[in-house]
Design a protein around this ligand. Sequence first.
Ligand code: UD1
Length: 417
Amino acid sequence: MDRIIVKPSGPLHGDVEINGAKNSALKVMAACSLAEGTFFLTNIPDITDVRLMSELLVSLGMTVRSVDTNSLEITNPGNLTAEAPYELVEKMRASIVVLGPLLARYGKARVALPGGDDFGPRPIDMHLRGLEMLGAKFASEHGYIDGHCERLRGSRIVLEFPSVGATENIMMAAVLADGTTIIENAAREPEIADLASFLNRMGSSVLGAGTSTIVIEGVEKLGAVEHAVVPDRIEAATYLAAVGIAGGEINLVGARPDHMDMLCQKVGEMGMRISADSNGLWVMANKTLKAVDLATLPYPGIATDYKPFLVAMLAVSEGVGIVTENLFSGRFRYIDELIRMGADIRTEGHHAVIRGVENLSGAPVRAHDIRAGAALVVAALRAQGQTEIRDPSHIDRGYENLVENLSSLGADITREN
Ligand code: UD1
């Protein structure tokens, strides 16, 4: 099994190129099931989750060809098999987003029910309720959800919570429905606006994506197009946190500061200096950061995916910070690993109280999910001795070249087999 070895590092200096957003790329790839023809997608990160989504598209009957490291050519011959098997859904929960497009295009879809993960249970009731309001019917048996419908009909859908996946599934179904769909209390993440712009290039009419009301006029048919995926704000946040922890000054080339407002504000309060420029984002930390309190919220609030990095930063900041998780109740598991590295953190329900220490202490730790794994890597930059992050396969699900990039910024980090 591979392991990542990190020794105390910093200050970091240099440029890092931000890849395309995983959470946009996966949905744009799923949306290729809506139309026949050959799609050309660029700015696609070279990560395990993209390879899993490619496998899923191939199992549906499409062909996926890597043109170069970050571009894919996807051909949809039509007449797809409308089934997402358990073997793939189990490995990547985001596979559920093929449900909406397959139903809209083929009038049926069979998708394995995603189980829980390290964040705790992740239900899909809002996805199903929204699709039912468009006319789909569902039965669940043998671990699969079986959906069927005549042509879907537009409807007004009010989401109980601005779920990213439910908004995307409903949006991808509504583009081929008969009439107008309005999604109220829609999720507003930049990746949803990116998916909508892809759908609009294909011939859809989606208005308001990126706000909490999305209006979709259904059309009869869509076509294959080219698209470049938006930069990954969570990847950018990872390198920003590395500087917050190890000190230094770097350029996040290609990052979209306008997608990261609240994070920039928070780390500004902690004492980091940040500036947006035409190339992306410049970030600098030249002293120990100050602790702040923060709570995760749907966009434009502080993303739950940023939280592991913020907790790692607070672990070595001056003072006490209280972090409240409002999206995924179980998303604190990596904290036990940080505690093994000498962090002073107490959790109570969905709150964590973090008392900053001057330095952490290197230890063997395990990466339980993508962002938690990356947070342990950046925390280790400030840990005396050596930190060994075991089983980095979770990190590979969401990061292209995390080790190489940190090393090029001056971190003492290697990956061993
Ligand atoms: C997406 C992102 C994930 C991010 C999350 C929140 C992808 C591949 N993943 O996940 O990285 O952390 O958004 O920003 O894009 N919920 C229900 N019923 C549902 C759907 C969701 O109760 O039908 C709950 C979830 O359990 C969770 C909350 O709603 O508590 C938010 O989940 P959601 O926004 O749907 O997250 P995902 O789309 O799964």
